[in-house]
Each structure stands twice: as structure tokens, then as C-alpha cells.
Design a protein around this ligand. Structure first.
Ligand code: NDP
Length: 406
């Protein structure tokens, strides 16, 4: 019997809300709040249409999550146990502040980013550790798929397969087709900031910086395809190399199609991806915000999206039974058309929203619960993987085959 507040009604918010509706034994009451309340209302109308048997009671509200007093007043009024933040990374700190002020637990799927610097790191949110601990509250950071399930997969490797992980490769393939010339699968502004920033990976105790999309190789994604994949920096690397100090090298790989890269190069070349505000007709505007406004919204890609995603984690190292160079892969394959049939969402929103619901469920049930600020790999991976299998993200394993080469 739990009340939660979901903030954000985009592609991911839609999935979290619908998964809570499916899991009505745990999520009895949900307030779905976002900047544009009509988006919340649309999601709730779809829940009534597609899940008429759900006993979860939904209400909606407009909120500006940048405004702590407004947010705190709404949280106080609704009095949830937990806030699920699936707005944008810009709102992480204000929502954490409001949770501290009102005594409510917190969960998100992406690390805080200031609007004016493309700097991806947990330092801002880890700085809240003591305050959450003292307040007896828990904040769970990065509980989507990557970060999120990928952290759980790494913890699974460490718990069940390796006494020491030496090499970690997180691989993310979207082999889907949405039929648009150029679009991003989650918030375009956040997505483009991530990809156009320099790449980075961890090696021998330090970060090695690369130019954007400088390193690539063909990777075979089981059940899906062989796809060219590029090294880029992804936030889970930061917490994983801290929490698993035997790791000598950790990299993150993502697939991009040729057309996507060509569009991105052109947009970057003409300054459209810049986060530096320019003067336009007397108004300050960051080109990337304008670009976001003209690109398709991630949730609009869902209908007619075909193909699959395959996201997983390859580990190499010292096996539990003394194997000196064991290699093992843990992964999930998700089909865009199936997720559309189930919750009217494309696969990227789905693979993010389901882990957020699962993390929230484990916190509410007290299975994952301790005061402080935590990354997902700091908890027992077993109940999370069991829930992934139950709630639509089946987990598979592949032993002894090296998918990512040196
Ligand atoms: P969308 O842009 O589709 O949705 C974001 C939502 O947040 C919108 O409803 C938006 O409102 C709302 N919002 C933005 N600013 C505010 C504000 N100040 N106050 C209240 N609401 C606000 O993004 P996605 O759903 O694709 O992504 C959501 C989050 O999930 C992002 O943080 C993204 O980085 C993260 N993510 C994580 C992944 C993972 O695997 N860990 C993968 C993919 C995404 P409005 O409609 O008015 O703009």
C-alpha cells in the first residue's frame, strides 16, 4: 500500500506510470505531475483505457520542478513515500532538496547536469549523502537501464561469476527503425549533449579522454545484429569503477547509424547543438533548446517503431572457480513493437521506465532500503533481476564468448 509521486510525463514518465498501474498491489496511489499537465492527463486517460482493471488511483498536477517551494508544497499536500524523478537531469537537485524538506525518499534515472555546462558526474548528488542519511531518507540514483540495469548486471557478475572483474564493457545497441530522418530516443537536448561531448573511459586508475565517437568496433549483439559501436562516456562508469576497484578498464559502447551521425555532424557544424545562448530577436536562446523544439518528441516515435534493442554488460576477469580469464555477458533484448502494444511506448522509454518502477517497488517493500544516497550496484542484484524477468525485461546470459574485443 504505497503512495508515490512521479515527476515528468515524457517518454519515460508514460512507462513508469503504466507499469505502476500494472503493479497495483504495490502502487496504490500515484500523483503524476509535470510541467505540462495535459501530458499527464493523456497518460492517465490511456491507463483507464488500456488497464481498466488496475486499482491504482491516479491524479495529475502541473508543477515546475525547478521551483523548490512549489514542489515541496505539492509533496506535503500529497504526502507520498517516494518521489520518482523522470523529468530532466536539470531538476535532480531541486527535487532532492524538496524531498529533504518534506521527508520523502527519492529515485531518478539520470545524474544531475547543470544547464550551462556539459559535465556528467555524480559529485553534485553524492554531496547529499550525509543530509539524506541524517534525515533517515534514501535516494537511489540512476535507476533506468543504462545507468540502472547495467549497474545491476555488473553487481550480478561480481556476485555470481567473478571474484575479480578486470575488464568491463557496457554495450547499448538500438537496432530499431522509427522511420524519421533524424530523431533521438530520449530527450533530444540531453541525448545530443551526451553524444557530442568528448568520450572517456577508465584505464589503469585514470580517465582516458577521446574525441567524440573516436573509437569504434563492430560488436555482435546476441539475437539482434552486428553493429558498429562507438565508445562514449556514460555516467555509470564513474560509480562502477569506484564500487568495483579491481576493474582495470571500463568502457561504454553505443551504436549509431550512418544517417544519424551525418545529421549530427551537420547540426554540430552549423552550431545547432551548442548550449551557449545566442541573442535571437531580443531573446536569449540556446541553439540546442531550439533544436529540441523542432525534433520529434521521443514518445511520438513509438507508433510504427520496429526492431529491437540489446543492452548488456560484458565482464572479463578472475572467475569464481579460479578461471584466470573468464568472460561472461548479461543482457536484455527488447522489441519496440511489443512495448508499443503493451504501454504505447518505444523500447528506449520502456527499458528506462521499467527499472525505475522496479527500483521504486524494492524501496517501498524495504528490500532495497538504507538511509543515504546510493547507486544501484550497491544493493543485492538478485531481487532486481527477478523483477526484470517478471515485469517485461527478460535477462539472458552468454558464457565464454568475447563480444567486445580489446
Ligand atoms: P522527455 O523530454 O520525453 O520528458 C521529460 C519530461 O519532464 C517532460 O514531461 C517535461 O515536461 C518534464 N519536465 C521538464 N522540465 C520540467 C520541470 N522544470 N518541471 C516539471 N517537469 C519538467 O524525456 P524522457 O522521458 O525521454 O527522459 C526522462 C528522463 O529519463 C531524463 O532525465 C533522461 O535523461 C532519463 N533517461 C534515462 C535513461 C537511462 O537508461 N538511465 C535512458 C533514457 C532517458 P514538458 O512536457 O512540459 O517539457
Amino acid at each position: 500500500m504505497s503512495k508515490v509521486m512521479i515527476i515528468g510525463a515524457g517518454g519515460v514518465g508514460n512507462v513508469v506510470a503504466k507499469k505502476c498501474a500494472q503493479n497495483d498491489g504495490v502502487f496504490t496511489e500515484v500523483l503524476l505531475a509535470s510541467r505540462t499537465v495535459s501530458k499527464c492527463d493523456k497518460i492517465v486517460a490511456e491507463i483507464h483505457e488500456h488497464f481498466p482493471q488496475s486499482r491504482t488511483k491516479f491524479t495529475t498536477a502541473a508543477v515546475d520542478a525547478d521551483n523548490v517551494p512549489e514542489l515541496a508544497a505539492m509533496i506535503r499536500d500529497f504526502s507520498p513515500e517516494l518521489v520518482i524523478n523522470v523529468a530532466l537531469p536539470y531538476q535532480d537537485l531541486t527535487i532532492m532538496d524538496a524531498c529533504l524538506e518534506t521527508g520523502v525518499h527519492y529515485l531518478d534515472t539520470a545524474n544531475y547536469e547543470p544547464r550551462d555546462v556539459a559535465k556528467f558526474e555524480y559529485s553534485w548528488q553524492w554531496a547529499y549523502r550525509e543530509r539524506f542519511e541524517k534525515a533517515g531518507l534514501m535516494a537511489l540514483l540512476g535507476c533506468g537501464f543504462d545507468p540502472g540495469a547495467t549497474n545491476v548486471f555488473t553487481a550480478h557478475h561480481a556476485k555470481h561469476h567473478f571474484s575479480e572483474i578486470h575488464y568491463l564493457d557496457i554495450v547499448d545497441c538500438n537496432n530499431g527503425n522509427h522511420g524519421k530522418a533524424f530523431a533521438t530516443n530520449f530527450n533530444p537536448e540531453i541525448n545530443i549533449r551526451e553524444i557530442t561531448a568528448n568520450g572517456r573511459y577508465w584505464e589503469n586508475g585514470e580517465w582516458v579522454e577521446t574525441a567524440p565517437l573516436e573509437i569504434s568496433q563492430d560488436i555482435y549483439y546476441p539475437k539482434v545484429a552486428t553493429r558498429k559501436s562507438y565508445v562514449l562516456y556514460h555516467e555509470e562508469l564513474e560509480s562502477l569503477v569506484q564500487n568495483f576497484p579491481t576493474i582495470k578498464r571500463a568502457r561504454f559502447w553505443m551504436t549509431f547509424g550512418e544517417a544519424y551521425i551525418k545529421h549530427l555532424n551537420v547540426l554540430e557544424g552549423i552550431g545547432m547543438t551548442s548550449i551557449e545562448p545566442i541573442d535571437f530577436r531580443g531573446q536569449k536562446i540556446a541553439p540546442i533548446e531550439f533544436l529540441k523544439a523542432v525534433l520529434p518528441a521521443p514518445e511520438s516515435l513509438a507508433e510504427g517503431y520496429t526492431g529491437q534493442t540489446c543492452i548488456g554488460v560484458q565482464a572479463r576477469g578472475l572467475g569464481k572457480n579460479g578461471e584466470p580469464d573468464k568472460v561472461h555477458f548479461v543482457y536484455n533484448v527488447t522489441d519496440h513493437a511489443e512495448t508499443y502494444r503493451e504501454v504505447q511506448a518505444q523500447g528506449i522509454s520502456y527499458t528506462t521506465g521499467v527499472p525505475a518502477m522496479i527500483g521504486a517497488m524494492l524501496m517501498l517493500q524495504g528490500v532495497w532500503k538504507k538511509p543515504g544516497v546510493y547507486n544501484v550496484e550497491e544493493f543485492d542484484p538478485d531481487p532486481f533481476i527477478a523483477a526484470m524477468n517478471e515485469w517485461g525485461l527478460p535477462v539472458d546470459e552468454l558464457a565464454g564468448i568475447e563480444l567486445v574485443k580489446d
